[in-house]
Design a protein around this ligand. Structure first.
Ligand SMILES: *[C@@H]1O[C@H](CO)[C@@H](O)[C@H](O)[C@H]1NC(C)=O
Ligand SMILES: *[C@@H]1O[C@H](CO)[C@@H](O)[C@H](O)[C@H]1NC(C)=O
Ligand SMILES: *[C@@H]1O[C@H](CO)[C@@H](O)[C@H](O)[C@H]1NC(C)=O
Ligand SMILES: *[C@@H]1O[C@H](CO)[C@@H](O)[C@H](O)[C@H]1NC(C)=O
Length: 431
């Protein structure tokens, strides 16, 4: 691990100055030739009904071509078009035209994909088109997708999600829905509601993956299937020994309180100490993201220890960030990570690539998008880095920060899906 890290660090040190030079060239080019980009900025006429598409050359973005990366910077500073939830509601009112224009009719399934179905738990609350694009990027008729929308979501957003579930036979709405508050147990329960529905579905999925609205895949379905097969029944998630400050999250009783802050309610620490976890459980910490085997999920449902640990977690801060990390360390669970095994950090687990502001320049090149609460919302100049890092999904993406990156990732994933399917047996709807 150490040698690997220092090697990577060396390479990144060379990479960062060249990136900066590249960006300054872009800025110069922009100042000089900004009128050129305007000429290139007409949307493709056939796509006006769906979300907005931009006229950029994604191969050139991937190749870090300074002019094309510069163009993406101009677009995001001037031309970002917001996609309305309402247009997806309208769009899904005619399922056959929705299928046709979004290419759901053309999705082929390879033998490997058919024999290795995946399940998704999507916990989302806004930006309907991003949810659709996330599903489309990962779509395979062999998979199954559970959408948990927030009880607080807008009526338009909810209608759009219902539209998706109506038009796509393997997409459904969670039968029980929570009002989700940041860092509270409701976030965890939303995933558990989907897991419960997914477990009783007739689709015999092999792995379940949870996603939120600001995630995006870095691998196509056929690539994911091939990678998850190699796990051989193991689970993939972050699970580390908590720092002293993190321990406070579950050694003190927390109360959900109204805050006059961007979140309406937040679990607030009290002075009351909590009793230790039940059954002598040792708490590990990680993040909210998982890739879990079917056997592991079935075990969770049947286990009294898990039920008691969930109840104990009710008044902790951000229980989703220690629940999964702890359960995977329980002795005897399917795909167990033994308690003595070293930490599995977020950069070792391939479930989610996240850039923390304070680790930029140390572990990875700087963010080229924007930061929100110390996390990077990626920009187009990070496309190559994202795709080549080795992780399966990344967080965060936002079309209002950089619509080009999302569009180009979609293109690249479609390309990869086609390429890998072309080398294997597959069945396509049109023969
Ligand atoms: C896009 O850029 C690549 C180089 O990165 C180039 O080979 C290709 O011809 C360009 N495509 C178009 C349509 O301009
Ligand atoms: C809804 O779709 C119809 C055509 O299918 C279109 O004429 C109409 O403008 C759309 N309305 C909105 C709000 O997008
Ligand atoms: C739905 O769209 C298709 C075109 O894709 C059209 O032929 C059909 O008439 C539409 N159905 C309704 C009910 O509008
Ligand atoms: C989960 O457990 C409950 C009983 O605790 C049982 O009724 C249900 O069928 C189980 N679900 C699955 C999918 O195994």
């Amino acid at each position: 691990m150490n040698t690997r890290c220092s090697l990577l660090r060396l390479r990144r040190k060379q990479f960062i100055p060249s990136l900066l030079t590249l960006l300054s060239i872009c800025v110069l080019l922009l100042v000089k030739y900004s009128y050129i980009t305007d000429l290139l900025l007409f949307p493709a006429a056939s796509d006006v009904q769906t979300f907005h598409r931009y006229n950029v050359n994604c191969s050139a973005i991937y190749d870090m071509d300074p002019v094309e990366v510069g163009k993406s910077l101009t677009i995001r500073s001037e031309k970002v078009v917001e996609d309305e939830d309402e247009s997806l509601v309208n769009y899904t009112s005619n399922c056959s035209s929705f299928h046709q224009s979004r290419g759901y009719n053309d999705v082929c399934v390879s033998k490997e994909e058919k024999n290795f179905p995946l399940a998704y738990s999507l916990v989302v609350h806004k930006s309907a088109w991003m949810v659709e694009r996330l599903i489309r990027a990962l779509y395979s008729p062999s998979n199954i997708y559970c959408i948990h929308y927030d009880q607080k979501s807008s009526a338009q957003f909810i209608s759009a999600m219902e539209g998706l579930a109506r038009c796509l036979p393997n997409v459904f709405i969670a039968s029980k829905r929570e009002s989700v508050f940041y860092a509270s147990i409701s976030r965890l329960k939303a995933d558990l509601n989907c897991l419960s529905d997914l477990s009783s579905s007739e689709v015999k999925w092999k792995y379940v993956i949870n996603l939120c609205g600001q995630d995006f895949p870095l691998r196509s379905n056929i690539e994911l299937v091939s990678e998850l097969k190699k796990l051989n029944g193991a689970n993939m998630l972050e699970t580390s020994r908590p720092s002293e400050s993190k321990k406070q999250r579950f050694t003190f009783h927390h109360e959900l309180k109204d805050v006059s802050f961007e979140y309406q309610k937040l679990p607030v620490k009290t002075e009351r100490k909590k009793s230790p976890p039940p059954h002598g459980i040792e708490v590990f910490s990680g993040n909210a993201y998982f890739v879990l085997s079917r056997e592991f999920v079935a075990h969770l449902n049947a286990s009294v220890v898990v039920k008691d640990f969930l109840a104990w977690s009710e008044d902790t801060y951000s229980p989703d960030e220690h629940f999964w990390a702890t359960l995977v360390r329980l002795p005897g669970v399917p795909g167990e990570v033994s308690r003595s095994q070293p930490d599995i950090t977020d950069l070792m687990s391939r479930t989610r690539l996240v850039k923390w502001q304070y680790l930029e320049d140390k572990l990875y090149p700087p963010c080229t998008g924007q930061h929100v609460r110390s996390v990077c919302i990626f920009g187009a100049a990070e496309m190559r880095w994202l795709l080549n890092y080795g992780h399966w999904f990344a967080n965060k993406f936002d079309p209002k920060v950089d619509p080009i990156l999302i569009q180009c990732l979609e293109e690249k994933l479609q390309e990869k899906q086609k390429f890998f399917q072309s080398q294997t047996l597959k069945t396509c709807p049109k023969g």
